[in-house]
Design a protein around this ligand. Structure first.
Ligand code: DQA
Length: 148
């Protein structure tokens, strides 16, 4: 049973992209940090970033048969637009946590609606890069590999 981290569009630019909103931590830093924590618990962790909606749908579909037991996803801008990504998560029926670096609720009104939150086990917003660690530690507990 493994964990899958999915990063949506423009998150490849983390570190330089609007650092006052999204912080200075790069995506590589985030992935390395999460991988180190997963390794401590002997849980396989895969990560995937794409700027393309269809590629993200394909990766989520693949999770149905690749041993993924839990997904952590930041759909980025697709949060507010993508019925296709939502349907992919519903189709594979793998529990997931939705993460946003920024507090989307104190930003523009178009960021207040998510196509994912009502399907998610939990959501994390506004904690910056730490939000991924919080989601990962929650997932490890849910999978029964870390103490509650
Ligand atoms: C984001 C918030 C989204 O509204 C935005 O489009 C992003 C990043 C976040 O992590 O805060 O690209 O998902």
């Amino acid at each position: 049973k493994g964990l899958l981290i999915i990063h949506g569009p423009n998150l490849n630019l983390l570190g330089t992209r609007e650092p006052e909103v999204y912080g200075r931590t790069t995506l590589a830093d985030i992935n390395a940090h999460l991988a180190a924590i997963a390794r401590q618990h002997d849980v396989p962790l895969a990560h995937f970033q794409s700027n393309h909606e269809g590629a993200l749908v394909d990766r989520i579909q693949a999770a149905r048969t690749d041993g993924t037991a839990f997904i952590i996803i930041n759909p980025a801008a697709y949060t507010h637009t993508s019925v296709a990504l939502r349907d992919a998560l519903a189709a594979v029926a793998i529990p997931f946590v939705e993460v946003h670096l920024s507090n989307v609720h104190r930003r523009e009104p178009f960021r207040h609606h998510s196509y994912f939150s009502d399907l998610a086990e939990a959501t994390v917003v506004g904690m910056g890069a730490f939000g991924y660690e919080a989601a990962l530690r929650y997932a490890l507990r849910e999978l029964g590999v870390a103490p509650p």
